[in-house]
Design a protein around this ligand. Sequence first.
Ligand code: D6G
Length: 794
Amino acid sequence: MNQTTPVHPALRDQILHHLTYTVGKDADHAQLSDWRFALSHALRDRIVDAWMSATRQTYKADAKRVYYLSMEFLIGRLLEDGLNNLGLADEARAALSDMGLDPEAVLHDEPDAALGNGGLGRLAACFMESLATLGVPAYGYGIRYEHGLFRQSFADGRQMEAPETWLDQPHVWEFERPEARFTLGFGGDVTTRDGKTVWQPTEMVQAEAFDTPMAGWKGRWVNTLRLWAGRAVDPFDLERFNRGDFAAASEGEALARTISRVLYPEDSTEIGKALRLKQEYFFSAASIRDILRRFEADHGDLTALPSKVAIQLNDTHPAIAGPELIRILHDERGIAFDDAMHIAQNTVNYTNHTLLPEALESWDEGLFGRLLPRHLQIIDRIDDAHAKAHPKRTVTAREHGQVKMGELSFILANRVNGVSALHTGLMKTTVFKDLHALHPEKIVNQTNGVTPRRWLNACNPALSGLISDTIGTGWIGDLEQLATLEPHMDDAWLERFRAAKRTNKTALADFVREQLGMTLNTDAMFDVQIKRMHEYKRQHLNILEAIALWQEMRDAPDAGWTPRVKIFAGKAAPGYFFAKDIIGLINDAAAVINADPLTRDMLQVVFLPNYNVTLAERLIPAADLSEQISTAGKEASGTGNMKFALNGAPTVGTLDGANVEIRERVGAENFFLFGMEAHEVDARRAIPDHAAQAIAADPRLARALRAVSDGTFSKDEPNRYAGIVENLSGPDYFLVCSDFTDYWRAQREADATYLDAKHWSTMAALNVARSGWFSSDRTIRGYVADIWKASSLL
Ligand code: D6G
């Protein structure tokens, strides 16, 4: 085997080569997408060299491998990221321009792979990039959804959903692996034969692997993202076809493909519960088989598994991987149950992402037992073994007719981690209180992080250029170096910093003009809230404040207001009607406010449709103010909050999730804090008329709510938002009203600060310089040392 890295021809020649021989097009007649494919192939060739070398090194070193199991990988576009990581961005742009093409048009032709709902999925993607940057042998395992998160548009301000179709053109990054297929089963019976338990499933489906290389910084290491697609075991029924029953002949294929057809919206809905459980088992079971196949190729003794394999469950969606591993070890390899459980417990780890009771997964045991009868038995044996080891235990994985995936994961995991200091602390005192008392060593914290390659270096060339001019480029691979910016922040430097922000705001304004035909005031403060729509994230608090501000501006238009542009983006789960109403309200309020000649120069409200990674890459660099306003105790960490701080947008926020750590690091004076703290929230909620009291105490809030309920923003249907108003004046579980007054105060403090350009830009620049700790490289180092006990091969 040739171990040397081949020398590549100039990128330009390689692009032309691939255009001809891979894409099969003549340069004179090639379309934009043809050029994009050709460039992607040219880049891919170089990534593949590093990939092969990483594969060889991992096998040779017999290194411990990390397996990151996640239902979601929100990877976004890969071309620009790959060019940046391999140091080819300039050469690629020059080559494209030289051939008469617009480089940005070529790069932006790539569809955004939206294989995730939000933060959890994007975290998995940042982790893959950091694992590769750090040279840790690692695999991401997930599902190759044919349709990622739906495409969002608005009709009369209401959310419309259309299927997302990233695979309707060739996906150049992936390699199909027809040799890596596993047949998996559902349903059937469990019987005993010759003293052995045998599960005989009745419904079979195949999982087929598709590999995407994940390149780290400078392309020094490349790992694999292996996504599973559903296939029929017998894709085509010739007998039925010959009988003329053409549709039925392919029925098996259609049913099997259903399993990897769509990404489910994370929140709420009951719809498709069984299919979702099937998806979870499908990708977890295929991954476990693949992991064991790889391990057993070189090792005979399965008790050594924990020394060579670390499995991370990204939330409970892959939790069934634990019982599946035990099932294979015990039923199929003949290892005693307790030993099998011991091996699994030393291999599997679990990341908890939410304390919201409705988001902690549990399955009806009837449904669970019908699909996975053997696993239900194994879960009972896990509970029994746990009870034997801890006679005082009160918590079980199966209880009240439910299989509880959080408890199951906790009991089976070697380490259980939270994703911010606050969240980890709350895990110990709330959801996992009893289990924590039994296993005080299990819970550890790993505060989330973001990859600085994508989320500063690539997405914000104006700012990253200034940073590199000032302190060199070492920060891209070692983000803590941003701290060395501080001594450089004199007036001249701050002026350059402001210019970078202005460049980004102008670019965003151009984009908004193209998309919505609306002209934004780029002198105004760009105030941005982008994330999934959810009551706990409180986009309704933000729009109520905007409405109140508009009303006050109308009262006194000449009072010296700080001009603002309020920017929203985010999708609501299709079945989450309240969240969809909030979108409607924001759009309706925007239409009225933006049309008001009295306030037009001072306040604009924009809701950009179809929020995704690509849109975030445009919005975050252009933001002045970052809205992180969840009810304290509800947002486990957040990662958007880190991206904003890193790109020079101070936060207006509550003490929730990683906001707490951001504030500690950037300094309290560089953060607009408001609202109740987590420990105050329950007491407030216990006051029967807390919302009514808050409304009575704040005439601004009362007036804003009145405008929503009297149809000011929905003249054709005055009652349209009665549901929102009723909720907020009644139960108001997320305490929008109780936090409103302090939010208003913090916003006016931000206004006053913004008017002093030097003060504001100092705050913003200090947010950048002090955000180095929020690199996902730091997070991954933490997982490697505290949880996986793996090492870098670089
Ligand atoms: C990845 C990387 C590639 C390797 C393939 C199969 O696609 O180099 O050959 O995985 O590797 P194993 O699954 O056999 O380790």
